[in-house]
Design a protein around this ligand. Structure first.
Ligand code: ADP
Ligand code: MG
Length: 343
């Protein structure tokens, strides 16, 4: 009997797999402006574009309910989808929520999850308009789809960056990753000694970054006020390096990132040190910060240079010049992307 070919998924990785599947996709409608490959799909609905994005969160892979309160999980599931709409410069309008529930979950537990969902819907002014509910044999599965709109001239793709455009990032980086390390450590200590009370106060900022990320809708409004339209944009879900790679790939460019420009909060810095981790590595490769990474034409630099929450961290260069990371002591090394590996 002929042996069937079997390729392990981790050989391709998440992105390799998506790329392979995307290869077989054909669009049948002229209204489908962009499909797979950006933060959200883009559909022409007449006067403006409709944009839509989906995320799936599975228990044990994306969250651990021994330290993630259900309210926070509900909030985060909405916020991370809104973040993808923000990354297209869009306005989020509706969400649908689908879940698979094992019999471990009570009505009260699902209500707690929905408390968080409602809180996020209120904060981002989005309407919960549907979803699906089913049984699951393996814990909680949560999927959110967000819909939003954007003016046809306002949309920002990952692919619009130009050579010499300045690379900007909002907020600070690495906090969500280091917050996760704290939660994992506390869990292990609790398992070893259930009498122990978790000591999280000292780590409130980074733990908050992990449990309750924010979509940076505020930045979109501020950029509009400054009359700056980024040439390309992505939200940081996989980590700065990995998401910068997506910008490079979509825009067919190389990049330069400076280590000494990476914005890192003091608490992230100090907590990384506790774990003997390099805070810059946390900033580069830690995921789930949900900040915005975008490029602007050099001529717009003056407009953003005094903004307290927008940091210029590098620039785009010719693809042939590669992806470079300039270390604090001035050495240039190749930028490497680890990203999240779920497979
Ligand atoms: P993000 O991190 O912004 O949510 P992803 O990395 O999850 O983006 O996805 C990248 C692109 O691949 C998106 O356009 C997404 O819609 C698409 N994609 C992901 N998984 C699948 C799939 N199973 N089938 C089709 N498209 C997919
Ligand atoms: Mg995204």
């Amino acid at each position: 009997m002929a042996e069937e070919k079997r390729t392990e998924i981790d050989k391709l990785g998440e992105f390799g797999l998506i790329e392979r599947l995307a290869g077989g996709v054909k669009h049948y409608h002229p209204e489908t402006i962009r499909g797979i490959g950006d933060d959200a799909a883009v559909l022409d609905i007449g006067n403006e574009f409709l944009i839509t994005s989906t995320d799936l969160l599975t228990e044990g892979i994306h969250f651990d309910l021994s330290y993630v309160p259900l309210q926070h999980l509900g909030y985060k599931a909405i916020a991370v989808n809104v973040s993808d709409i923000a990354a297209m410069n869009g306005k989020p309008k509706q969400v649908t929520v689908s879940m698979g529930l094992s019999n471990r979950f009570s009505v009260e537990a699902v209500e707690a999850l929905y408390e968080g969902i409602h809180a996020a819907c209120k904060d981002y002014e989005v309407d919960l308009v549907g979803g699906d509910t089913t049984a699951s044999s393996s814990g909680l599965i949560l999927s959110v789809t967000a819909l939003g709109t954007v003016g046809k001239h306002d949309i920002i793709y990952r692919s619009g960056a130009q050579e010499n455009d300045i690379l900007c990032v909002t907020g600070d980086l690495g906090g969500a990753f280091i917050g996760l390390q704290i939660l994992e450590r506390e869990k292990q200590e609790y398992l070893a000694n259930p009498e122990m009370q978790p000591k999280l106060e000292k780590y409130d900022y980074v733990v908050g970054r992990q449990l309750r990320p924010k979509a940076r809708m505020d930045i979109l409004h501020e950029l509009r006020d400054l009359v700056v339209k980024p040439s390309a944009m992505i939200d940081l879900s996989d980590g700065l390096a990995s998401d910068a790679f997506h910008l490079c790939k979509a825009s067919d460019l190389g990049i330069v990132i400076y280590e000494d420009k990476l914005p890192i909060d003091k608490q992230t810095y100090e907590t990384a040190a506790e774990f003997s981790m390099d805070p810059n590595t946390c900033a580069l490769n830690g995921g789930e910060d949900y900040e915005l990474l975008f490029t602007i034409p050099p001529g717009d630099f003056d407009k953003i240079k005094n903004h307290a929450d927008i940091h210029t961290i590098g620039y785009m260069q010719k693809k042939e010049n590669g992806k470079a990371f300039v270390t604090r002591n001035g050495n240039t090394v190749e930028l490497k992307a680890q990203g999240w590996k779920h497979f």
